[in-house]
Design a protein around this ligand. Structure first.
Ligand code: PEP
Length: 252
């Protein structure tokens, strides 16, 4: 089964308008120069820069995403952004259940599931993040934690067309520590088997599973060559067009 690679950038709380626009323009011109790219590319700027980056990416073929959304369409939810609003500003996708949202905002898998349903209703591709903490890994709980997050975060209507899973060990995010290729291979194969339990064999075979956690140009090739790794969710290294592009091109 060949699954098209997805290289996704999570800019987190980085990027004032001018920088965000410049980064978007640099990536758009690199992507346009590529005659027939062998990968999809997604960038997820902060909400405040979505409109500027949408303008910069226009007609480039690069997908635009938000970093979170509410499960309601509108209403009294101060500080929140709805999937309808993401769609309105030109988004194609949304990251949900990132460990920083789970940790900083107490988000549970049940909430992620509600958000995913709302995002799917708007036709957004959801990038659903799962991953264990260092303490959970040390306690031998990686597979049980990740399995539960996958099963509980995926709504019934999820399919390979509207959902991507990102496996991001929490201890590897922004730390420079990368999971070993053996660990990544084991967890990704396990995630695929969990997807099969809830969504069936066809969706499990087709659904893309990204790895995230200190991915950089020097380790991308090895990680992306693993059978069940179908792309990367990149934080720090997505803020420089050269590095992000080198990650995307590491398979060529
Ligand atoms: C992320 O936040 O999704 C991430 C993987 O960050 P980093 O690449 O900086 O570890």
């Amino acid at each position: 089964m060949t699954r098209r690679l997805l290289i996704a950038g999570n800019w987190k709380m980085n990027g004032l308008l001018q920088q965000a626009r410049k980064l978007g323009e640099e990536l758009a011109s690199l992507f346009k120069e590529e005659k027939s790219p062998s990968f999809d590319m997604l960038v997820c700027p902060p909400f405040t820069a979505l409109s500027a980056v949408q303008e910069a990416l226009k007609d480039s073929g690069i997908l635009l995403g938000g970093q979170d959304c509410h499960f309601k369409e509108s209403g009294a939810h101060t500080g929140d952004i709805s999937p309808v609003m993401l769609k309105d500003v030109g988004c194609d996708a949304v990251i949900l259940g990132h460990s920083e949202r789970r940790q900083d905002h107490g988000e549970t898998s049940a909430l992620v599931r509600e958000k995913a349903t709302a995002a799917h209703k708007e036709g957004l591709l959801t990038v659903i993040c799962v991953g264990e903490t260092e303490a959970q890994r040390d306690a031998g709980e990686t597979l049980s934690v990740v399995g539960e997050q996958v099963r509980d975060s995926l709504p019934e209507e999820s399919s390979a067309n509207n959902t991507v899973i990102a496996y991001e060990p929490v201890w590897a995010i922004g730390t420079g520590k990368v999971a070993s290729v053996q660990d990544v291979a084991e967890v990704h194969a396990f995630i695929r088997s969990e997807i099969e339990k809830v969504l069936g064999k066809e969706n499990a075979e087709k659904m893309r599973i990204l790895y995230g956690g200190s991915v950089k140009p020097s380790n991308a090739k090895e990680l992306l060559s693993l059978e069940d790794v179908d792309g990367a969710l990149v934080g720090g290294a997505s803020l420089k067009s050269d590095d992000f592009w080198a990650i995307a091109k590491s398979q060529d």
